[in-house]
Design a protein around this ligand. Structure first.
Ligand code: PEP
Length: 230
């Protein structure tokens, strides 16, 4: 079955960089998997209709109004985004987003028929205390267990950008615990230091529905390879 492979550019790139990334990516791309690219928002409109499904990297929890610096779900939709990351650990950390705020963002996206990609994951001290499952449960607490078409990205915080990945068994345990919270089938992705050397083992040895790739996605050839191996 086709998997979801998502590139998260974070706050990287420029108009020229993305232009040449798209050219190089399509020159290499042979995967039947679904590709989504989370571009920095100023570039969404520019690179809409270029053969890539686009995602925002965050959204406001409000409709509109005096919220200088924020972007509404309606604006993301206007710019061509079909998806949006929410709850990314960097947003939770730097913007002090709580689970309550993230749930409001989830609702804003749903209202505009955008697909949320809800990121969750534990910090190192929680993993070391063997409390990962409880921590993930708490992060999902506000999401209705009857919700349809959910996409959840399991991204252990200690794995993001560090080159460290969990044991395959631990990834599967996290996936199982996430799936068990919901009554309907959901998509669960893994993110954290994915590259072309570890993508196939994560993908083949777990029942993951796809990968969320940060740093390695900035290299279009590497990302095309990951998409093929997933
Ligand atoms: C991310 O930030 O979503 C991510 C997965 O980053 P990296 O691949 O660089 O660890």
């Amino acid at each position: 079955m086709s998997k979801l492979v998502i590139a998260n550019f974070k706050m990287n790139g420029s108009k020229d960089f993305i232009e040449s990334w798209i050219k190089d990516f399509f020159a290499e791309q042979e995967s039947a998997n679904s590709i989504i690219v989370a571009l920095p928002s100023p570039y969404l409109l520019t690179f809409n209709n270029r053969g890539l499904a686009l995602s925002g990297q965050n959204v406001s929890n409000e409709d509109s109004g005096a919220f200088t610096s924020q972007l509404s779900a309606e604006m993301l939709k206007d710019c061509g985004a079909k998806y949006c990351l929410i709850g990314h650990s960097e947003a939770r950390q730097f913007l002090t987003e709580t689970n309550e705020i993230i749930k409001q963002k989830f609702d804003q996206l749903k209202k505009e028929s955008l697909q949320p990609i809800l990121c969750i994951g534990e910090p190192l001290k929680i993993k070391e205390a063997s409390k990962t499952t409880d921590y993930l449960t708490e992060q999902l607490d506000l999401i209705d267990s009857d919700q349809e078409n959910l996409i959840i990205a399991y991204e252990p915080i200690w794995s993001i950008g560090t080159g460290l990945i969990p044991e395959i068994n631990d990834i599967q345990l996290a996936i199982d615990s996430i799936r068990s919270k919901f009554h309907k089938p959901i998509k669960v992705l893994y993110g954290g230091s994915v590259n072309s050397s570890n993508a196939s083992s994560i993908s083949d040895k777990t029942d993951i529905d796809g990968l969320l790739v940060g740093g390695a996605s900035l290299n279009p050839k590497e990302f095309a390879k990951i998409a093929q191996l997933c």
